[in-house]
Structures are given as C-alpha cells and as structure tokens.
Write a protein that binds this ligand. Structure first.
Ligand code: GLN
Length: 461
C-alpha cells in the first residue's frame, strides 16, 4: 500500500487515475462497512482533485462536521434527515486541497461516550478483534483508518478524549490540537469551550499533513486562533535531542492496566537512550479532572441541545397537543438514553441554587488544572503517559458498566482537554494482540514538538 505521500505524488504525476481510484476505494469502503461498520453514510461518488496538498486523498469525516449535501447526523436520530447546505471549515479546506470525502463516520450520539456504543446508526467494530470496541466517540473515524488497505485520513473531534481513545484502541495516530487551532465552524457542538477538531491517521506524517490543511484562523469562528499557516510535516523527523519529558506519576495509578504502564516506560527508555531527558513529575489535581470535566461538558451540552426541539432544528413529527407536548415528543423520540441523561444532569448543575456549587466551582478547578500544566511546562517540553487505562474492551464487558464507571475511563484524557492543550496518541506495541496507545501532551501551540517526538518514537520503536 502506498503511503499518503507516495499516493499524492502518483496522483500529481498522473500515475494514479483518479476515476479508477475512486471506483476502487468506494468498493473497498463498502466492504469495510460490511465487516466493521465505521460509516454512517458513504456517498455515491467522491470528488477528488489532482491538485493541492491532499490531491486525491480519501478523507473520512466524523459525522458531527457538516458536509454540503451529505447527510450529517452527529450520530443522533434527532438529526436523521439533516442535509447541511454548507461544508464545515475543516471539510471545505480539505476539499480545496484536492481531498475527497469518502464517508461520514460513526460516533457516540453528539460525542457522548467513550466506546462508540451510544450510536444511533450502528456500532463500529475493532479491526483487531470484532468483539471489541474501537473507542469513542470518534470510533468510526479511527476504525476506517485502521481497517482500510488504501491511503486514507480522518477528520475527527475531541471534547474530552474522543481522538486519543479511539486512536489508542485501533493502533492509529491521533492529533488533538490546541483549542482554537482548527475552526469549529460547521461543527455540531458538544461543549463549546472544549471541542477541538483534529486528525486520525495511519502515521504521524499523515496526521500532521491533514492538520496542516485544516488548521488556521477562520473569521467565522471567533475562538479560532490567529497564527500563521504552518506546515506541520516539517517537524516529522526533527531532532529531539536535549528535549525534556515529564512522566506524570498520577497517570500511572492503579486504574491503569500494568501491561499498558509497562509499554509507556519502554517508550521512555527508548527516548532516554537517544539523549532525551525523562523525569517523573506531578500533576496533583489529576483526580479532580473527571468531575470537573463532566460538570462543565454536561452543562454546556444541555444548553447546546436545547435547540433540537423540532421547530427550527431536529426531527419533525406530526403537530398535535400543546407546543410543550410537541417539544417533549420530539425530544423523547429523537434523543438516546445518554443524551437524555446529560441534558438532565447538565440542566441540574447550572440551575439557580446549584450553579455555585457545581458549575462555577468546576470552572475554578479547571483553572487550577491549567495552572498545574503550565507550571510543569515551564520545565519540560512534553509529558509522556498512557493514552487509555485499559485495552479495547469487549462489547459484552461494556454492557455491564454503569455510566460513572464509563466516565472514569477518561481519567487520562480529560485533563489535557480541559486545559486546551495539544496531545498526540500513537501506537506503541501490543498486549495480547491488542494495540497499546501512548500519548504525549505539550503546552499550547506546541504541536511541532509533539510531532517531532512522536515521529522519532515511530521511527525507532
Ligand atoms: N468520553 C468523553 C465524554 O463522553 C469524551 C467524549 C468526547 O471527547 N467527545 O464526554
């Protein structure tokens, strides 16, 4: 199989005929779909172009990013027939560089989940073992990359770990960029202060290439950062000697599978062998990250979902009874169980009388978590930790878990997400034939360091 880089060269030189390639990948996508179900929608045709930085590259897009004239559901029944009249900015940027959209990928409804099991349109299955989860919520985006035997990259999105988790479970590379690096225009929000659009790919280079295309200031998203256009592939293979890595001790608690922790220590040894300093550091508020994250994310989600009432947005049903009865019918039919749980909890936590106790307190703890990261990064270039505390679980095991047990699985990913800091998750060996992910975390806008370090590990592992 060609790497993305080789593929693009062949497309540009004319060695690959794009019409033939399109027919081939559409057929392959249908086959992958039958086996692993990564997609919610596969189009009838893909419009590739011979020109641009992503010439002829198939891009899978998480189904919470709007695609013009291509159904966009955010994994929810309430948006079953939503046909956006526009492309989300990251999608538009990819198309303008020659990429074509190969499909919209399965996800937990609105991003609410860790295993892509809260899906209204089918649950993606792990290509390493079909009885196991691909992780979530960008499970389909990771599954498509892992299952495909052709060049492909995915545009994914993370609120609290939805890129790192599925990347780790499927043996792929996931970049969650700094909050604001990629425009959120055209993204169906989960929690606005946390949502970040990022990339999932087969290699660090591929993930960096797609990031270079989708990153950048967008007038349509006032939170997007005004930084110069960067080619992130320039950091692939860059010398890392002399860099200082912190290993946060709280990321190796009892909750973390010892076999995963061992792999991370192996990665640290490897870095040390190459003249990179690795030292233990402490992020004492790590155990506060889960409640803080779930209070903030549910509070924001409950307000975001208010617009899906069947009036302007969301499912429309036959009009009968009072307007309240109508709204209630639409929302009862359209939202899944986890969405309902989060609407109720989120509304409670920002209600008069409880707002100070929960929501406002969580904002203060978030600040504390950010300050702890900032202080560590005044001494270290990056942090190294496991991506997930567990190996990809079996669906039969997930069924037995309570919601709070599922939330606790995000213990290693929510803190960097709360801090809006960039992370990269990459595969590092296997345990019992299942992939292990390690993550690197850096200070705001230090994606370059992460890419340099990850590409170094990728090359020597
Ligand atoms: N598992 C986390 C949640 O359910 C994170 C999901 C995400 O990043 N969208 O909120």
């Amino acid at each position: 199989m060609d790497t993305i880089k080789e593929h693009i060269e062949k497309v540009k030189s004319g060695e690959i005929n794009l019409a033939e390639f399109e027919a081939e990948v559409l057929e392959k996508a249908a086959r992958i779909q039958e086996k692993y179900a990564p997609f919610i929608t596969i189009p009838d045709k893909i419009s590739f172009s011979k020109n641009g930085a992503l010439a002829g590259v198939p891009v899978a897009v998480k189904d919470n990013l709007c695609t013009k004239d291509m159904r966009t559901t955010a994994g929810s029944k309430i948006l079953e027939s939503y046909m956006p009249p526009f492309d989300a900015t990251p999608v538009a940027l990819s198309r303008s560089e020659g990429a074509g959209i190969i499909g919209k990928t399965a996800m937990d409804e609105f991003g609410f989940g860790t295993f892509s099991t809260n899906c209204a349109y089918g649950v993606p299955k792990n290509p390493f073992d079909q009885s196991r989860s691909c992780g979530g919520s960008s499970g389909g985006a990771a599954c498509a990359v892992a299952a495909a035997d052709f060049p492909i990259v995915s545009i994914a999105e993370s609120t609290g770990g939805s890129i790192t988790c599925p990347a780790a479970f499927t043996g792929t590379v996931g970049i969650t960029p700094t909050y604001g690096l990629v425009s959120r225009w055209g993204l169906i929000d989960y929690a606005n202060s946390l949502d970040k659009v990022g990339t999932i790919a087969k290699s660090v280079y591929d993930a960096a290439l797609l990031l270079s295309t989708i990153a950048g200031r967008d007038e349509k998203d006032s939170t997007s950062l005004n930084i110069p256009k960067t080619d992130y592939t320039q950091f692939v293979g860059k010398d890392c000697k002399g860099m200082r890595i912190g290993i946060p001790k709280e990321y190796f608690s009892e909750a973390v599978d010892a076999r995963i922790a061992k792999q991370v220590r192996k990665a640290a040894d490897l870095l040390e062998g190459e003249g990179i300093v690795c030292e233990e550091v402490s992020l004492p508020s790590t155990d506060l990250a889960i409640p803080t994250y779930y209070i903030i994310s549910m509070s924001e989600a409950s307000t975001n979902l208010a617009k899906f009432s069947g009036l302007r947005y969301g499912l429309q049903v036959e009009l009968e009874g009072s307007i309240q009865e109508y709204f209630s019918k639409v929302r009862t039919m359209g939202f899944g169980e986890e969405a309902k749980r989060r609407i109720i909890l989120g509304t409670f936590m920002r209600m008069a009388g409880y707002r100070n106790k929960y929501y406002l307190k969580a904002l203060k703890v978030r600040r504390k978590i950010i300050n702890e990261f900032k202080s560590v990064f005044s001494n270290y270039d990056a942090l190294l930790a496991p991506s997930m505390p567990i190996l990809p679980p079996k669906f039969s095991e997930i069924e037995k878990l309570e919601p709070a047990q599922i939330y606790s699985m995000d213990v290693l990913t929510v803190a960097p997400n709360l801090a809006g800091m960039p992370t990269i998750s990459m595969p590092f060996g296997t345990v019992d034939g299942l992939p292990v992910g390690v993550q690197l975390i850096a200070d705001h806008l230090n994606e370059g360091k992460l890419i340099a370090l990850a590409s170094f590990i990728e090359a020597v592992k």
